[in-house]
Design a protein around this ligand. Structure first.
Ligand SMILES: [Zn+2]
Length: 413
């Protein structure tokens, strides 16, 4: 064993990005580091702290930092294959509430520990076995107080892992009314955030990515739309980043694609959501919270949210955009009903979804069906049904476009 990294002084640094020398040993058929679950664990140490031991098939660059509210420890790795690691087996202490791992951005993987109490990194080291090239990462967390935790918390910026900061509310040149509208399709979840999941292993993040591609193709073929995607593979994109992409790329419309799951009741059928401060019902509040929470637990840093001044401007812009979003939602629901649905008993709802907060882009969130309903799940996984649903959404967008153009022409007179 060769010790490459000794324990580091921690107080100062929220970030260590360590580039390891390429081991001279052959690494098999893939350059991807694999986790070795049997040698990886999270344990309590005698001094009230927690020790994380993570064994990988080879060394990779990594970084560690903490985030507050809720308190989390985040580890980023150049890509790691997590196959075989079970969160339940791994998590052997109540000092860590929750653990998530998976793809982050292309080429990078992330592990997030939700801490039950404030703890700081006392030491972190990775050692590489010279014979097998396997890497052992050890991280020691020790108790600290809430204030010290909050001061040290924050995501370091790194061009390889972050998009440039979002630009807000730039003036847009008037668009040629005949030109295709730019639609940002937003397949929900991704990477370490799987979204809803059935016992049979069907994952919302996969269903929605497939559906986004089908729908996108249909929209483009109609000639009336250009299509962009907030993610094109199985990786994590924060809610804030999804909105920023829509702005940066000049989207005219934002469609977030999801499939809900409920543990109680027999809910089924498509529901289309618009943004509202007051949710239309308790289930909508819970759904919006689940989505925002999944984002938080995947390591989003919300420490730089809009200050109050920009909030006022944003609210004004939202007042103009909101009726257009509602009309869009109604148009999509009508088209889905015409095509045979099924749509939910209350198909139009509203809630405080973060991903719908673009002030100047009409935005809706489509819960295509409930994965908890056997009938909906069958539909969601059936190519014929999905084709019909995509066709209906296209029709809804075409109808809306026509009405919206007419309505805006009236407003301008
Ligand atoms: Zn979802």
């Amino acid at each position: 064993m060769r010790r490459l990294f000794l324990a580091l002084p921690v107080m100062l640094a929220a970030l260590w990005l360590m580039v390891l020398p390429v081991p001279a040993v052959a690494q098999g058929f893939t350059a991807l580091a694999r986790v070795m679950p049997q040698d990886s664990r999270l344990t309590v140490d005698g001094r009230g702290g927690v020790q994380l031991d993570l064994r990988l098939s080879q060394g990779v660059p990594y970084r560690i930092f903490t985030l507050d509210a809720p308190r989390r420890l985040v580890l980023d790795f150049q890509e790691v294959d997590w196959t075989g690691l079970s969160a339940q087996d791994f998590l052997a202490t109540s000092r860590v509430r929750n653990i998530r791992f998976g793809g982050y951005v292309p080429g990078w993987s992330r592990m997030v520990l939700e801490l039950a109490e404030p703890m700081e990194v006392a030491a972190a080291s990775m050692t590489i076995d010279t014979v097998s090239a396997a890497a052992a990462l050890t991280v020691q967390l020790v108790p600290t107080d809430a204030e010290a935790f909050a001061t040290a918390a924050g995501a370091p910026r790194d061009a390889r892992l972050d998009l440039p900061p979002p630009t807000v509310l730039q003036d847009r040149p008037p668009r040629d009314p005949e030109a295709p509208l730019v639609v940002m399709l937003d397949p929900g979840h991704g990477g370490l955030d799987p979204g809803a999941e059935t016992d049979g292993g069907v994952m919302e993040k996969e269903l929605m990515l497939d559906f986004a591609y089908d729908l996108g193709e249909r929209l483009v073929r109609s000639g009336a739309f250009e299509v962009l995607l907030t993610r094109e593979g199985d990786y994590f994109v924060s809610l804030e980043r999804r909105i920023a992409m829509a702005h940066q790329q000049g989207a005219d419309l934002f469609l977030s694609l999801h499939a809900d799951s409920v543990s109680e009741g027999m809910a089924h059928g498509t529901v289309v959501y618009t943004l509202s401060k007051e949710a239309s019902d308790v289930a909508s509040v819970k759904l919006a919270e689940r989505h925002d929470r999944a984002d938080l637990l995947s390591g989003s840093d919300l420490s730089n949210v809009d200050d109050e001044v920009t909030d006022v401007l944003l609210d004004l812009a939202r007042q103009e955009t909101h009726p257009r979003s509602t009309a869009l939602a109604q148009s999509v629901i009508e088209a889905l009903m015409e095509q045979g649905g099924p749509v939910n008993r209350r198909p139009l709802r509203s809630a405080g979804f973060s991903v719908l907060k673009s002030a100047d882009i009409p935005s809706i969130l489509i819960e295509l069906g409930f994965m908890s309903s056997p009938r909906d799940l069958e539909n969601l996984t059936n190519p014929a049904w999905r084709n019909k649903a995509a066709q209906a959404i296209l029709q809804g967008l075409l109808d809306w476009r026509e009405e919206d153009t007419a309505r805006r022409a009236l407003v301008r007179q």
